[in-house]
Design a protein around this ligand. Structure first.
Ligand SMILES: [Zn+2]
Length: 421
């Protein structure tokens, strides 16, 4: 159905008013079961009631659509959004140590050098994919590059790295300046990875996160080369770091994946990105800290770069929340979390219902926004995704993920930030 025709034209018009009731074929509140013939009542951009059958007052009937909480992408690097196709790791050495030089080269290309423009492109693409909240890793000064309105909400994790003492001190100075410019509800800290952050910097970053009550995000156990560097100070990563003159003398102390889990969980929330090569100790620590720790998997990036995915079933079985992210356009073909989820479902790793939980409730939790996003509950901002399935099956969760299902509208506080043409 074209969006210039009712009911979608009505949606755009009605959202300008203070009160709005939306009815869909199925509402998926992610709080209780799907509601066939469900509706949502909004007042001044907030959800005030969720129900089914006959709603009160004037209604915008969205026809054969699925209405769900806005999707949350808990891990992205928007600054790479100008990269048209994923970068293939350089051979040799391949893998992550071969991908990093490729992305460093791409950063110098015209589509990437204007970071603010790339971020705007990525925000538009995200809204068109039904995303209303992004866990963003920022290497640039975050305050100057991110629009605040008309785009998905952001949790901006300021990325920090440093193997040498001097680089670590510079990173801390830059972090403090950056955090002072961001509201705490939108800020976070990202110690980059075990192979790029010395132990003393890690400890200081987590002191800051704990003191300011900020969530953290860490790339963890992404490659075998990471383990090799930590255990032997050698391997492909060491060669890469030497070639970049980034490996200092004397050698820095690095933390194991298990120690990273314990340290990062001093923050109120810790998202561990990838976690493809968890050893037994790191897994056990994640389980112990599951009231603070989440794992974020980015399946298509993991398949491209390391060829290995986190042990999703075992993590879920241990009660650890697992969320689905896209990573950036340097390693993912698009910024659609639904496409990442379909990858997992197609391989039989999770059910469609589990996948939807990972795209909404668990993803909101991973970025420390579980009180405002991830479920349709009265009192929360009306951040919504409206989908049009081509055909309707018995399982609305599967319909959400079907390749032919289109995003027709994405709403933030009841206002469209994307309307399909
Ligand atoms: Zn990443």
């Amino acid at each position: 159905m074209p969006l210039s025709e009712p009911p979608f034209a009505g949606l755009a018009a009605a959202s300008k008013g203070a009160t709005l009731t939306l009815r869909a074929r199925t509402v998926l509140p992610m709080q209780g079961p799907p509601l066939d013939g469900g509706w949502l009542r909004l007042v001044r951009g907030r959800i005030v009631a969720v129900g089914r059958r006959e709603p009160p007052g004037r209604v915008v009937d969205l026809g054969d659509t699925l209405l769900l909480p806005g999707l949350v992408n808990p891990h992205c690097h928007l600054e790479f959004s100008g990269i048209p196709t994923p970068l293939v790791p350089q051979q040799p050495p391949g893998g992550l140590a071969g991908w990093i030089p490729a992305v460093m080269g791409a950063r110098q290309q015209p589509g990437c050098s204007d970071v603010a423009a790339a971020i705007r492109v990525g925000l538009r693409e995200s809204a068109a994919a039904g995303v209303t909240l992004i866990g963003e890793i920022a290497t640039a000064d975050p305050s100057c590059s991110y629009p605040q309105q008309g785009v998905p909400r952001l949790r901006v994790y300021r990325e920090c790295l440093g193997l040498s003492d001097a680089r670590a001190r510079g990173s801390l100075t830059s972090l403090r300046r950056g955090l002072d410019r961001l509201p705490s509800r939108a800020a976070g800290i990202s110690p980059h990875a075990p192979y790029s952050v010395r132990a003393s910097l890690a400890a200081e970053l987590l002191r800051i996160a704990a003191r300011r009550r900020l969530p953290v995000a860490v790339h963890l156990a992404e490659s075998r080369e990471e383990q090799e560097l930590i255990q032997t100070q050698g391997g492909a990563f060491r060669q890469l770091l030497d070639s970049l003159a980034a490996w200092p003398s004397p050698a820095p102390r690095l933390l194991t994946a298990a120690d990273w889990v314990s340290l990062a969980c001093r923050a109120p929330r810790a998202a561990f990105i990838h976690a493809s090569f968890l050893d037994h100790t790191a897994f056990a620590r994640l389980a112990r800290h599951r009231n603070r720790a989440a794992v974020v998997v980015c399946p298509r990036t993991a398949a491209l770069i390391s060829g290995s995915l986190a042990p999703v079933r075992q993590l879920l079985g241990a009660g650890i929340r697992v969320a689905i992210g896209t990573d950036g356009r340097g390693s993912a073909p698009d910024l659609s979390p639904r496409h990442e989820a379909a990858w997992l479902v197609d391989r039989g790793l999770v059910s469609p219902a589990e996948a939807l939980m990972m795209l909404t409730t668990s993803a909101a939790w991973a970025v420390g926004c579980e009180h405002a996003a991830g479920r349709l509950i009265p009192g929360r901002p009306a951040d919504l995704t409206i989908l049009a399935p081509e055909s309707v099956s018995a399982d609305p969760h599967a319909d959400v993920l079907a390749p032919s299902t289109r995003v027709v509208a994405t709403l933030r506080s009841g206002k469209p930030i994307f309307l399909s043409a």
